[in-house]
Design a protein around this ligand. Structure first.
Ligand SMILES: Cc1cc2nc3c(=O)[nH]c(=O)nc-3n(C[C@H](O)[C@H](O)[C@H](O)COP(=O)(O)OP(=O)(O)OC[C@H]3O[C@@H](n4cnc5c(N)ncnc54)[C@H](O)[C@@H]3O)c2cc1C
Length: 407
């Protein structure tokens, strides 16, 4: 693997870092204390500047207005913009739109791409992804209960979903629903595009997460589909391909989260080091950073973040060369490694900041509340560990059998 960053990418990263410090991080005050309307206006203005700088939508296809970066370059880009909770949105690469754009690009008809994908890449509309249900275990989607029954030229969708992130204000939902309950478990469900102004699409609440219901993009909706009728032409990909498309969405989606988490970890780390060096703890002017325990935290975290970054870039490199399917083990591993490294980074930085760390005067408490979910969504830690461990052991068993039969 080549660790050299291309000249073009190095220039881009320098521009991004400077823009993040000058334009994006100062907007965090509005996010933490201000009004959603003022924040939205600030984000919109920053997005326009990003477009003028030619840095908009790094990971999306060039023919739709993106930069079409490779996964490795996007990894470098996403860490730089992940340093603020607002960065991904300001640069047009935020979840859940990014994953939805990817599956629209891969599976959408020409008409679906023009109606939904193009305005999504341009940042003119938002979308949401509606798979998880409160009454069935999200970790095992073959249990999904929401149905899409074919009726003439339409599907009629009924069911209850929650954690449909960013449903508030979204123009379209991609819904996973069972259309053929008699089929083998992994062929029962399909993905269907549902415009959110369709009668029967009911956003009943933004679920309160760690005490905050949020609004707009920063929210997690509970949606009840009640006789929600959409044309069968709104099917995304072939009927019964829901699981395949979900996997296609989740693979790259997971690595995008990991890249963003590296940004969080590295900024929390920077803040921790600055605080350790400046917080006087002794009468003779000694600082927190003079204490060995803090030095150990700094050393350990630095090593862990570097390790996590290498793992993420390596997974991205495998995806660039061989596709997400071949990178299954790498993606499973980074999903739980980077989530835990990031959470440890935020928690340790809060500890070093003392009482200041749990206030809204820094961004750390925001991350502590909002990023705990990293170990749950897109596959809980335990699910990734189980499937990775299972695959590794199966390879050992196969190798042992082969050795036995050849001896
Ligand atoms: C902030 C946030 C945003 C989200 N955004 C979206 C979204 O936009 N769209 C969407 O559809 N969903 C979204 N989700 C839902 C998320 O994908 C699910 O929460 C996740 O799949 C887990 O499902 P569950 O919550 O039903 O937990 P369950 O499946 O009930 O699992 C609960 C816990 O059990 C353990 N567990 C589960 N399976 C196993 C196993 N095989 N072995 C050992 N332990 C296991 C894990 O510790 C897991 O955390 C979001 C969730 C959060 C928290």
């Amino acid at each position: 693997m080549d660790f050299e960053v291309s000249e073009k990418m190095a220039t881009m990263l320098a521009m991004i870092r400077e823009f993040m410090d000058r334009e994006v991080i100062p907007l965090e005050g509005e996010m933490l204390f201000g009004s959603p309307e003022t924040l939205e206006a600030g984000v919109r203005a920053a997005q326009e500047k990003v477009k003028q700088m030619g840095l908009w939508a790094p990971n999306h296809p060039v023919e739709f207005g993106g930069l079409g970066l490779s996964m490795v370059d996007h990894g470098l880009f996403a860490e730089a913009v992940g340093r603020s909770p607002l960065g991904m949105t300001v640069f047009g690469t935020q979840a859940p739109d990014a994953g939805n754009i990817e599956i629209l690009h891969k599976y959408g008809t020409e008409q679906q791409k023009e109606v939904w994908m193009r305005p999504l890449v341009e940042g003119k509309i938002r979308s949401c992804f509606s798979m998880t249900e409160p009454e069935t275990a999200g970790s095992n989607p073959i249990l999904l209960a929401t149905t899409a029954v074919a009726d003439g030229d339409d599907y009629v969708i009924n069911g209850q979903k929650w954690f449909t992130s960013s449903a508030d204000g979204a123009a379209v939902a991609i819904v996973m629903a069972v259309n053929d309950p008699g089929a083998p478990p992994h062929q029962r469900a399909s993905m269907i595009l549902v415009p959110t102004d369709t009668p029967g699409f009911n956003l009943v609440r933004n679920v309160s997460v760690m005490g905050h219901a949020g609004s707009g993009h920063a929210s997690h909706g509970e949606v009840i589909y009640q006789g929600c009728r959409v044309p069968r032409t709104n099917l995304l990909g072939p009927e019964g391909h829901g699981f395949i498309i979900a996997q296609d969405r989740l693979g790259p989606g997971r690595i995008h989260h990991c890249m963003r988490w590296l940004g969080i970890a590295s900024r929390a780390f920077d803040m921790m080091c600055d605080r350790a060096n400046s917080r006087v703890i002794d009468a003779d002017g000694g600082t927190l950073g003079d204490r060995q325990v803090i030095q150990h935290w700094v050393a350990e975290l630095d090593a862990e973040i570097r390790g996590a970054r290498l793992q993420v870039l390596h997974a991205a490199w495998v995806i660039d060369r061989h596709g997400a399917k071949v990178a299954r083990d790498e993606i499973s591993a980074i999903k739980f490694v980077v989530a835990n490294t990031m959470l440890k980074g935020v928690d340790t930085s809060i500890q070093v900041h003392g009482a200041l760390g749990v206030t809204n005067d820094t961004v750390l408490a925001y991350w502590y509340r909002h990023e705990r979910a990293a170990r749950i969504y897109d596959g809980a830690d335990e699910v990734h560990k189980t499937s990775l461990g299972h695959r590794i052991l199966r390879r050992y068993a196969t190798a042992a059998k082969a050795a036995e039969s050849s001896s």
